[in-house]
Write a protein that binds this ligand. Structure first.
Ligand SMILES: [Fe+2]
Length: 439
């Protein structure tokens, strides 16, 4: 067997064994050190695969240098990501966002490539072992038992890995600001006639601390105004973890035009900046609520508002965050929010987390005709084509994007206007929802 084949097979086996050890490992520091070691192993493995694709020495050196520089930049991006999560971010820097996004991109692409190589090498190992064992009994002519790696299979694995690499590269540069309008027409038998044709525009999950360009966000806001909405609603997560993140965008949000009003609720992230010192809590929230006022948004917290037109009315109900997840705030109080609503009122509910719909809304005594939520972001990664939709987030949330109907009541889950964590969007573009109500 060739020396390179022995190294490849040994690394393959080490990676597979390391993977299983990692699953059972509990201590955080040991895990981190172990993962760091695995990263180095992965880089050696991938570099050997790339080098096998070129023949002359000069190209090998150039390729190795390029790979090492790109990988080091990726590791620096991971470091930057941890630093940003630790500190108050303010307006994000485009270069920092790109660096963090690139680290994610490289990580996913390497994972896909390594998966392709490991599958190939395990195949070689099984074939080689079979050949060697057969050689004990009969005369087998083979490459000393273990076949060489096939260049075309390595190229195929690299080509497959190029798909996430380039799509994520698009996602972190243009995709995250690729504002997409979703048009929706909903019919209700009991919609008051005066509201026939009412245009409600929904946005959600701004996560302002992740944005790195006021101009790009302004483009999204211009799209909202071009829709000429009657009402604009924002369904929570204005910030990541500090009220001041919204400061650079207050004027931009204030420029949203809606003659019948702009309304908002809080999302789980909006609570995370609450000071631990109870003496500071009141001042923090007074200032936060004041920012909503400056933007012209009426924050509805476990309350409702009557929207009137030509002597008729509908009710817009807003709840604080209520999420079924263990760590999410459960401050939403639908009973309280519905106080004063009549049995026959046409009701629209703003509730950040879509799990609230199944847990409390569907069977509530107050019929909620339409619930508007966000929260899932569509995981900022997935596929949506006509009626087909897929994202890994669907394995976590049953109702994760788009329209759902249960017992004659609708839920719409918006995939968000901003981004969080991964500073990009792939397939799950930032959304502006335009809902037209009809009878
Ligand atoms: Fe969010």
């Amino acid at each position: 067997m060739k020396k390179s084949s022995i190294i490849e097979i040994l690394i393959t086996l080490s990676l597979v064994i390391c993977f299983f050890i990692l699953i059972v490992m509990r201590d955080t520091l040991s895990r981190q050190l172990f993962i760091s070691g695995m990263f180095i192993l992965v880089d050696i493995y991938v570099l050997i695969a790339f080098l096998s694709l070129v023949s002359d020495q000069r190209s090998k050196w150039l390729l190795a240098a390029a790979y090492i520089i790109i990988s080091l930049y990726g590791y620096y991006g991971m470091f930057v990501a941890f630093e940003r999560w630790r500190t108050d971010p303010g307006l994000a820097s485009p270069l920092h966002n790109f660096t963090i996004g690139f680290a994610f991109t490289l990580l996913v692409s390497k994972f896909v490539l390594v998966l392709g190589l490991v599958i190939q090498d395990i195949g070689r190992l099984i074939y080689g072992t079979g050949q060697s064992m057969a050689g004990l009994f009969i005369d087998v002519s083979s490459e000393n038992g273990f076949p060489q790696r096939r260049n075309f299979l390595t190229t195929a694995a690299a080509t497959i890995a190029a798909v996430p690499f380039f799509s994520m590269l698009y996602g972190i540069t243009f995709g995250k600001y690729n504002y997409t309008v979703e048009h929706l027409k909903l019919r209700f038998k009991d919609l008051p006639k005066a509201f026939k044709g009412l245009k409600v525009v929904q946005i959600s999950d701004a996560h302002a601390g992740s944005w790195d360009s006021v101009d790009k966000v302004q483009q999204g806001i211009t799209k909202i105004n071009e829709l000429k909405p009657d009402i604009v609603v924002f369904t929570g997560d204005l910030v990541n973890g500090n009220k001041n993140e919204i400061d650079p965008f207050i004027n931009v949000f204030a420029a949203i035009e809606a003659p019948m009003g702009k309304y908002a609720v809080l999302g789980n992230h909006d609570y995370y900046g609450t000071p631990r010192d109870p003496n500071q809590e009141e001042a923090y929230w007074a200032d936060f609520l004041n920012k909503y006022k400056k933007m012209g948004f009426d924050l509805i917290l476990n309350e409702n508002r009557a929207i009137t037109k030509d002597g008729e009315q509908i009710k817009l109900i807003g709840v604080e965050n209520w999420g079924a997840g263990r760590w999410f705030p459960k401050k939403g109080d639908l009973d309280k929010a519905c106080e004063g609503c009549g049995e026959n009122d046409f009701a629209i509910l703003l509730s950040h987390d879509p799990t609230h719909f199944d847990e409390h809304v569907v069977d509530h005594s107050q019929k909620i005709h339409l619930t508007l939520s966000g929260h899932t972001h569509g995981m900022q990664f997935g596929v949506k084509f006509k009626n087909f939709k897929w994202s890994p987030v669907q394995y976590r949330y049953k109702k994760w994007m788009g329209l759902y109907e249960v017992k004659d009541q609708f839920l719409y889950v918006n995939r968000g206007f901003g981004f969080l964590g991964f500073p990009g969007r792939v397939g799950m573009w930032p959304e502006i929802t335009c809902i037209e109500l009809n009878t």
